[in-house]
Design a protein around this ligand. Sequence first.
Ligand SMILES: NC(=O)c1ccc[n+]([C@@H]2O[C@H](COP(=O)([O-])OP(=O)(O)OC[C@H]3O[C@@H](n4cnc5c(N)ncnc54)[C@H](O)[C@@H]3O)[C@@H](O)[C@H]2O)c1
Length: 259
Amino acid sequence: MSSNSGRVYAVTGAASGIGRATVERLAADGAYVVAVDLNADALRWTDSVDGVVAVDGDVTTEATNEAMVAAAEEHFGALHGVFLNAGIPGFGLIDRIPMATFDKVLDVNVRAVALGIRAALPALRKVDGGAIVVTGSTSGLAADPGGWTYNASKAAVINMAKSIALDVAHEGIRVNAVCPGPTKTGMTEPMRAKATVDETMRTVVPMARWGESSELAAAVCFLLSPDASFITGVALPVDGGVMATTGQFPNFAARAAKA
Ligand SMILES: NC(=O)c1ccc[n+]([C@@H]2O[C@H](COP(=O)([O-])OP(=O)(O)OC[C@H]3O[C@@H](n4cnc5c(N)ncnc54)[C@H](O)[C@@H]3O)[C@@H](O)[C@H]2O)c1
């Protein structure tokens, strides 16, 4: 039996990609889940899943984050963990895109995560082993050309998670960041549709493929679970080896093996 069985979690960005895969995995493991997303129609997939309650809303508002926590306590009697995962991309050179894009990306990818943590902490203090996982990115651990906006947001959310991990560790609450590499989700669909980008990605990722949302979900469910009871303040890459390389040299061994 999974150690998440019978526990109660909330997941944001649950209509699609990594968030949806995490809700599916938690529900399959016997957990109860509050699934939150802006896209009410796309969130309807949860209607047929036992033990999952949907909350439609924008995570940049306090109201949505409070509704998420209230739904967990009202429907399932507690909240053991939150996966604050909703996020948006934002790319373009610094003198070519409006500052409004930067403000929006920071609002969703960083400020909304802070709102989620503030809303969840009182509930997490009532249970044993409360856990918070936020979604960082390999793009928060290193930089991408044209990625200054997204890079800034993901570096910020990772270090924010580490700082809060220090502040709440003595209360037995853990805070970690999962850092996906290139993963097959709605967000990367436009990139994957371009043959040149798809091919470049396969040469940059040591495992020579895109990650699956289910592979991210597996790592998130572990970090949320009591199995990770002594892990806090970590930024865990789940990236097929991207963060292990300087990227300065082609992978001759892999190319020779393929030839
Ligand atoms: N896919 C990748 O390669 C990749 C890599 C690194 C990090 N990430 C991060 O993973 C997280 C999940 O992204 P994904 O790849 O699954 O993308 P996705 O687009 O498939 O899913 C993101 C979900 O978040 C929701 N959302 C966006 N803004 C919201 C808001 N304000 N309020 C509520 N919901 C909102 C969207 O409606 C969508 O359902 C994001 O934080 C993203 O930055 C993704």
